[in-house]
Design a protein around this ligand. Sequence first.
Ligand code: SF4
Length: 315
Amino acid sequence: MVLFVTGRCSRSCWYCPLSRERKGSDTVFANEHPVDIPSQMIKEAENMSALGTGITGGEPLLCLDRVTFYCRLLKEHFGPDHQIHLYTAKAPGDDELSQMKGLVDEIRLHPPHECWNTILDTDYIRSAKRAKEMGFDIGIEVPALPGLELLIPALPFLDFLNINELEWGETNAYQMRERGYELADELHNAIEGAKGWADELCRHDKVHWCSSAFKDSVQLRERLKRIAENTARPFDEITPDGTVVYGVLEPPLLQRAGCTQFCERKLDPGSFQDCGDRIEMAWWLLEKNADELPGKKYIIERYPNGGMVVEVTPL
Ligand code: SF4
């Protein structure tokens, strides 16, 4: 699960991928869902049978109490093996590390681009050494930018170094154009040439490359599939992409009762749900019985558990 703890951050990296909705806000999100009460976060983790959680932001260390509160809840509910990693653009000091000890398993440091050429003289290395001594797994995670090879001297102090393919987004598009960067293709958000900047660093064993396509296609699809398997109703069809498909009937007010009776008489109990102003059912049953059911009819494909609607097909 991805737990977004705050959109606040004291840095202003030109490549920041945060959306307008999240940047600067102080709302917590578990995956795509806003969290108003902590039990909603636990529910979302249960929905996807989460084995671990990535704490992200904004800058999570700006709300360390919130981070430790949620981590404690996760560890208490799912047990100590629920792996928790935390992203931060700060170099956590002893006090911050002590507060996270036993709650966060792995720290992923994001040193800003401008300090890569002096990385060994920065607090990030001091922080990495202390974190290691205290038993954390410690690594660096950065976007692919020119000059990645400047991070090679940091490798002996780290367990891993992750590079994420630089991505075009709604909030950094202007900065991308200013620098003359272009999209690699029309299907993904990856930037042309980003892989080349990582080539030298990627020769080292501790270094992992995460492509934009992998993140979008594989990681997202796997997450959606896990959520779909745990939350889909018997009549929801789960697609290979992890979305769910079902049919919706919106009967005219005066014919609602008749439509409900028709479904109760003709359909298996588990193949439809009366939702008040509409009846949801297996899409193929709606298609098959369309002539006998008055009202607006359509097929919906959406992310599981009431998530984003991907497509609506009228019948
Ligand atoms: S540190 Fe992260 S959240 Fe903060 S501005 Fe940079 S990229 Fe955005």
